[in-house]
Ligand binder design. Structure first.
Ligand code: CDP
Ligand code: MG
Length: 135
């Protein structure tokens, strides 16, 4: 069991729907610790950098539009196997396929509006924490 840090973005549609507390509660109940937390807006430039690996996908423009449409909540979470634990709580990318009981399965209906981003590897987590929180 390795203690890890992971990074999440509670997306604009979730903040707009007042689901921030509900989502953070799920991570806390699981036993993860909130290490850093911020409310901010993401610029188009930063959103494009964050999703650069999807730059050639047909959904990219719509995704950037959605991520920059309002305030987001950024969090660093820590705990045993935090990266995979958080991805499990978040659920499958497509909310139409995400299992009930997961964040996306319970609160979202269709792409790109799946409520939350979560880092998918240790390297991605560290890069994203650096990008959004610095040091
Ligand atoms: O967020 P996750 O890592 O589960 O999925 P991804 O494949 O890295 O895609 C990033 C984001 O792009 C997703 O969270 C969706 O918001 C969006 N997306 C989309 O709109 N349509 C797709 N077919 C795939 C992803
Ligand atoms: Mg991803």
């Amino acid at each position: 069991m390795a203690v890890e840090q992971t990074f999440v973005i509670i997306k604009p549609e979730a903040v707009e729907r007042r689901l921030t507390g509900e989502i953070l509660t799920r991570f806390e109940r699981k036993g993860l610790k909130i290490q850093r937390l911020a409310v901010t807006e993401i610029s188009k430039e930063v959103a494009k950098k964050h999703y650069a690996h999807h730059g050639d996908k047909p959904f990219f423009p719509h995704l950037i539009e959605a991520m920059t449409s309002g305030p987001v909540v950024l969090a660093v979470l820590e705990g045993d196997e935090a990266i995979s634990q958080v991805r499990n709580l978040v659920g499958a990318t497509d909310p139409a396929k995400a299992a009930p009981g997961t964040i996306r399965g319970d609160f979202a209906l269709r792409l790109p509006y799946n409520m939350i981003h979560a880092a998918d590897s240790p390297d991605a987590a560290q890069e994203e924490i650096q990008r959004f929180f610095g040091n």
